[in-house]
Design a protein around this ligand. Structure first.
Ligand SMILES: [Fe+2]
Length: 428
């Protein structure tokens, strides 16, 4: 005969723990597993790495523990919390309509820990936790991730693409990155596709934005970006008018790039990995087709590009200079084509400082130019050929095939010239 404790006895003993088949009530947040881990190098990748992640709901006491082996993790390092609230009225869901009882907002919780003073050329392991969620338990050993700081020099591999989005092709692209085991990945803008074709218009019934795409994006990339720094540039789809007048409020919450051009220079930064100096720019500032951010820094970015390229070229530790942003300077893609604003305003600086390589996305295809100087190709360079940027000019690559290439193709046609150009907007 089975007997059951009385309700009074249960209350005295602490409640449901005594009920057969019921688990001990979890502490608040105990089941909210951290997700969407993504890394970023600081300006000095030998000693600086930022670890960023999300939690699915509000928790307290988020932290990171790290060490040079999973068995020697140090004490918790408190995380910075950057909540980001998006009104559901802004959003057009792809999967289903919102039920009547749905909340009016979707709040995302982004956590960040900046690690400095790391040892160069060293592998670090880390785990993430919060109050009620201890990552150092036997059933969570799979949650230990690892990254490696830069060394003093030597050959290395990096990968780059833009226009990744979310989906099975995007997962495949990430897997290819993981298999190549690069020192870092350059994400050339148009990241999650939470935003469709932004042009600065206010929220309206045809305004397509779904903040939850970012949840999918970070969850999708977690297996790769948790171990390989994912250095992000902002594309035209990262212009989110809903998150601040500059459209950068969402990016500020989600990412912790070096952003060292000036205080608050979101997505605009420089760093050096071994003998390569890198710049990330916000090409929304020179985009005529979507002029929402046109000239939004009032010349500040342009002056910084000139100054920083000059610093790199004067630095004996820098042998190559690579510049990353979203809009294609030269492209035959017929979805967006080439961006005349970038040709007019930035290409002269790339000529002036002998930039070796410009990497962009935006058009969903792969193209590599011969070296270009003063707007003209200087000589034919076969695959694998060498280019001397100061004399030959800059090589421009469009690599916008992170996923959307196969789902919404640009359907490029061979053309004899770098033909498609976008005209500057009419004076406002
Ligand atoms: Fe774009």
């Amino acid at each position: 005969m089975t007997t059951h404790p009385s309700r009074r006895a249960l209350l005295r003993a602490g409640g449901t723990a005594l009920l057969p088949g019921r688990a001990t009530p979890a502490a608040a947040g105990a089941k909210l597993r951290p997700f969407g881990r993504h890394l970023a190098f600081g300006a000095d990748p030998a000693t600086q790495v930022t670890v960023s992640w999300q939690v699915p709901g509000p928790v307290t006491g988020s932290y990171l523990r790290f060490g040079t082996s999973p068995a020697t993790l140090g004490p918790p390092v408190a995380a910075e919390v950057r909540p980001l609230e998006s009104k559901l009225s802004w959003q057009r869901p792809e999967e289903h309509d919102f039920p009547p009882h749905a909340p009016a907002t979707h709040t995302q919780y982004f956590l960040h820990v900046r690690l400095t003073g790391l040892t160069p050329d060293t592998e670090y392991h880390y785990v993430l936790g919060h109050a009620g969620y201890d990552p150092v338990t036997a059933d969570r050993l799979g949650e230990v991730a690892a990254f490696r700081t830069a060394g003093a020099g030597g050959p290395f591999t990096f990968t780059a693409f833009g226009d990744q989005g979310v989906g099975y092709n995007a997962i495949a692209a990430g897997s290819r990155v993981a298999d190549l085991a690069p020192a870092f990945h350059l994400a050339l803008g148009d990241l999650s596709y939470a935003m469709h074709e932004p042009d600065g218009k206010p929220a309206s019934e045809d305004f397509e934005y779904d903040a939850r795409k970012w949840d999918s994006f970070f969850a999708q990339n977690d297996p790769v970006a948790s171990g390989i720094p994912w250095m992000v540039s902002l594309g035209h789809r990262e212009y989110e008018k809903v998150h601040g007048s500059t459209g950068n409020g969402g990016a500020k919450a989600r990412f912790s790039m070096p952003d060292n051009a000036w205080s608050g220079s979101t997505g605009i930064y420089s760093w050096r990995y071994h003998n390569v100096g890198l710049l990330s720019l916000d090409s929304g500032e020179v985009c005529y087709r979507f002029p929402a951010k046109l000239d939004y820094t009032a010349g500040r970015q342009l002056a910084w590009i000139d100054a920083q390229l000059g610093k790199f070229r004067a630095d004996p530790a820098v042998a190559f200079v690579v510049v990353c942003f979203n809009h294609s300077v030269y492209s035959t893609g017929d979805r967006y084509g080439a961006e005349l604003g970038a040709q007019e305003k930035w290409a002269p600086l790339f000529d002036k400082h002998g930039v070796d390589l410009v990497l962009t996305g935006h058009n969903r295809l792969y193209e590599r130019t011969d070296p270009i100087k003063a707007g003209k190709g200087t000589r034919k360079v076969p695959p694998g050929g060498a280019v001397a940027a100061r004399t030959d000019g800059t090589t421009y690559v469009t690599a916008g095939g992170g996923d959307r290439l196969s789902t919404r193709s640009s359907r490029t046609r061979p053309r004899a010239t770098w033909a498609t150009r976008t005209a500057p907007p009419a004076p406002r």
